[in-house]
Design a protein around this ligand. Structure first.
Ligand code: PGA
Length: 246
């Protein structure tokens, strides 16, 4: 059995103060949860202070991105070692917003995952198709290509895959539980065919996950958790998602 992983991706919201406020409110709500892994990914600037508050809690701290070099003249970038020193144990890589707005190719994503893993960070690898690609029946081709490129020469340990159909992110349009599961089955089969240890890999769904649809999504056999944007920004809403994933 795979443990569910419910992850909050706060994107470019929350200052240090807002992050602290969230954590202080959220931790008591989930302190007795032992059968779900809980993760939050605040912006870079709030990581170090979040890490102090999360110490000895049951919540994992992740970054939303990382650079693909160890260090050097890369103005504005953040290395895996910096994330470790800020208290992160995990990092989200290849989110569709990074792919789209910051031109992250599968090759870049692959380099980032390799360096993050070499530094001992766990990784949530995001993949997903656009509406146009889904309507043209290209979903599986796109996802297969993203998996192939992003996971090139990489073992699966320490990696979670987040399937996030782009048309469902921030739009209020969730894939139906069956639609999501069918795609997760494809991803699992791809992993089994191409890698060792595919059965242990968690595949999260992301895209307008909310307290009122999390239970039906999580009841699907191949959905092992959720990567959540909008509904993770309020402590009580995110706590409901965690409880709904049990
Ligand atoms: P959403 O975002 O829950 O607001 O749709 C999900 C994500 O982008 O990870």
């Amino acid at each position: 059995m795979r443990r569910p992983l419910i992850a909050a991706n706060w994107k470019m919201t929350k200052t240090i103060e807002e992050t602290e406020e969230f954590i202080n409110e959220f931790l008591p709500m989930v302190k007795d949860i032992t059968d779900v892994d809980i993760l939050i990914a605040p912006p870079f600037t709030a990581l170090a202070s979040a890490s102090k508050l999360l110490k000895s809690s049951n919540v994992i701290l992740a970054a939303q991105n990382v650079y693909l070099e160890e260090n050097g003249a890369y103005t504005g970038e953040i290395s895996p070692r910096m994330l470790l020193s800020a208290g992160c144990t995990s990092v989200i890589i290849g989110h569709s917003e990074r792919r789209e707005y910051f031109s992250e190719s599968d090759e870049i994503v692959n380099k980032k995952i390799k360096l993050a893993r070499a530094n001992g960070l766990d990784v949530i690898l995001c993949i997903g198709e656009s509406l146009e690609q889904r309507e043209a029946n290209k979903t599986f081709d796109i996802l297969g290509g993203q998996l192939e490129g992003s996971l090139k020469d990489l073992p699966l340990d320490g990696i979670t895959v987040a399937y996030e159909p782009i048309w469902a992110i921030g739009t209020g349009k969730t894939a139906t539980a069956e639609q999501a599961n069918e795609t997760h089955v494809f991803i699992r089969e791809w992993l089994k065919k191409n890698k060792e240890g595919a059965d242990a890999v968690r595949i999260q769904y992301g895209g307008s996950v909310k307290p009122d649809n999390v239970v039906s999504l999580m009841s699907q056999p191949e959905i092992d958790g959720a990567l959540v944007g909008g509904a993770s920004l309020k402590a009580d809403s995110f706590a409901k998602l965690v409880v709904g994933a049990k």
